[in-house]
Design a protein around this ligand. Structure first.
Ligand code: CTP
Ligand code: MG
Length: 228
């Protein structure tokens, strides 16, 4: 199987409240986006990497990786799902509809290669793809509209989704197109696949694979990256 990586990096990072979109903030001399990309550029099973960039991006072209032979860029969209879909369309135009793709947030720089290996392995056994996720360590409450507790969910059944999320390219593109048409909230790839009645596999990731979202996450990411 030919495996692509697809990195949605077109967001503006509003919750980070920084001068730059968060994927361009540096940790240990490299941008968060470069840390995330390196995990795929260095992985022998990943053949090409597609990066979805904001149409107004002013930072990408200054990076060293901008001319990397394994990388192709596309324009991102107004939502993460649309950014991913643009990337999938580009892969399909390169005859990749039957290939597989790992979609990974630019904002998750602490991914480890063992998790990528585990996901590739799980994809071989699943018809509907696989995602990295971790069993919840917290008790999860379902809230009412007035911020009171409706009920407690069964923790044994609660998993927190991460990326990468690994699917067959054509299957994922079709699911996202259908989901967007139906007006569904598609916050990750698996949610689009689930909405079409399919059941992706859950692969246990690590708690280090955080999504850098708020200012305090920068320090945590730098600690995990220092140990990689
Ligand atoms: N993303 C994207 N296109 C969008 C929105 C988000 O490619 N229209 C990407 C982001 O760049 C990020 C990933 O999707 O790598 C996960 O999104 P999130 O963490 O929400 O990033 P932002 O949308 O940039 O941050 P915020 O929601 O705080 O504005
Ligand atoms: Mg966002």
């Amino acid at each position: 199987t030919k495996i692509w990586a697809l990195i949605p990096a077109a967001g503006i990072g509003s919750r980070m409240k920084a001068e730059l979109p968060k994927q361009y903030l540096e940790i240990d001399g490299k941008t968060i986006l470069e840390h995330s990309l390196s995990k795929f550029l260095d992985h022998p099973s990943i053949e090409k990497v597609v990066v979805a960039l904001n149409p107004e991006d002013k930072h990408w072209s200054k990076l060293k990786v901008a001319n990397h032979p394994k990388i192709k860029t596309v324009e991102g969209g107004a939502t993460r799902a649309e950014s991913v879909l643009n990337g999938l369309k580009a892969i399909q135009q390169h005859d990749g509809a039957n290939d597989w793709v790992m979609v990974h947030d630019a904002a998750r720089p602490c991914l480890d290669s063992g998790s990528v290996d585990a996901l590739i392995q799980a994809g071989k056994d699943s018809e509907h793809g696989a995602i990295l996720a971790i069993p919840s360590v917290d008790t999860v409450k379902l809230a009412n509209a007035n911020q009171t507790i409706d009920k407690t969910l069964n923790r044994e059944q609660i998993w927190l989704a991460q990326t990468p999320q690994y699917f067959q390219v054509g299957q994922l593109a079709d699911a996202i197109v259908a989901g967007l048409k139906q007006g569904l909230p598609i916050t990750d790839e698996a949610s689009a696949i689930e909405a079409q009645g399919m059941h992706p596999a859950l692969v246990i990731g690590t708690r280090k694979n955080i999504k850098v979202t708020e200012p305090e996450d920068m320090m945590l990411a730098s600690v995990w990256l220092a140990g990689m």
